[in-house]
Design a binder for this molecule. Sequence first.
Ligand code: TRP
Length: 455
Amino acid sequence: MAMSDRGTWGSRFGFVLAASGSAVGLGNIWGFPTKVGQNGGGAFVLVYLACVIFICLPILIAELAIGRRTSSDPVGAYSKLRPGTRWWMAGGLGVAAGFGVLSFYSVIAGWALAYIWFTAIGTVSSDALESAAFFTEFTGRAPINLLLTFVMLASTAGVLLGGIRSGIERVSKLLMPVLALLLIILAIRAVTLPGAAEGLAYYLKPDFSKALNFGTLNAALGQAFFSLSLGLGTMLVYGSYLTKREGIARAAIMVVAVDTSLALLAGFMIFPSGFSIPGFDPSATGPGLIFIVLPQLFATLPGGQFFGATFFILLTVAALTSAISLLEVPVAHLIDSHGWKRTRAVLIVMIATFALAIPSALANGASDFFTHLPVIGLDFLTVMITVWNDFALPMGGLFTAVFVGYVWRIDNALEELLAEQAWFPGRQLWGMLIRYACPAAIFLIIFGTLRGMIT
Ligand code: TRP
């Protein structure tokens, strides 16, 4: 096996920034505020925080522990810990999901890239209907969407060619502080807009009559999973580049803190902005929140072209550092389990992902077939999001929890987590959460999604 193409992080700080770069993405800046809007505001935020602390943090720790113990890609990791069993398939699901998620993720990242330009030159109208029409017309054009998707994938591959330390780690160290700074500037601008108070009240005042139901719990847990890059082996792979010197629990808490603060900060940017537009209805916006509603605001705001371009630069950067971590999962698999050279692995995975992304890029009007798939009637992009986010990722998370809780077992995992006298308070609680709370909660996500589809 070509172990020479495997790297390690240069420092804990480098790891935390790279893993935070993976976690902070479209899920934080687009997904989180959209879900808050669709699920009634402040109370959803509290449910989300509970999911992050009690379900996602334990799973993040578990993934990192498996990765570091085995120094392997997900397939190699499961087969090293339980050779001769079918557990490697849990890793295989993650490798497939890396392709799958990235194939639609890169299409949306391409839109973010294009909107840097659209908002900078001021082509989007301040009128709601015209802004929506502009988005529909733009996403319906094939050549530009394919080109943008390709540019995002090629940039992602470009970073990965540099390897762990001088590729992923270096770029994350450069981009993550920029990202946090841009988000802070935009949030300050937003909370000082006229009408900001109404948006803040919506975001921060929990109305429990709206949030305490099955659908909200389901949405919150799914969102927390996606936002923390769990269930796919991304964190397992990032953990496999950690050295024994770094305490896993401490690093995991830092990553969760960064990801969650930036999601919350995105809410401080989006809700005051939205409510400053007359007639804004947070629950009716859906995915158009970012690409239709905000550009409308930027079209009227003094300095809006500047703030608009800044916002979409932020979104593009966030998406890039996440895309890197998605592509790295299949790449690590080819290097670790098949002995490929990094360069070859990166190029082939990139081309394969682009091929899989084509139908998603054409699913918004450019191709009738992919816009209205036969039999199901949905567009291809929506189908991809559902298959991977709503099923594959929770399944991956369930496998991780069951594997660590009952197969590899808590005491063996703890040996890894406590290596070099690492700091890990609440280890007993962690074991309980992994064995009981996590599998039960994830079961609930999958069941809830199925039920929502049928009814
Ligand atoms: N967490 C990223 C976001 O919030 C997306 C992402 C990167 C991801 N790697 C992942 C999601 C692995 C699930 C699994 O946008």
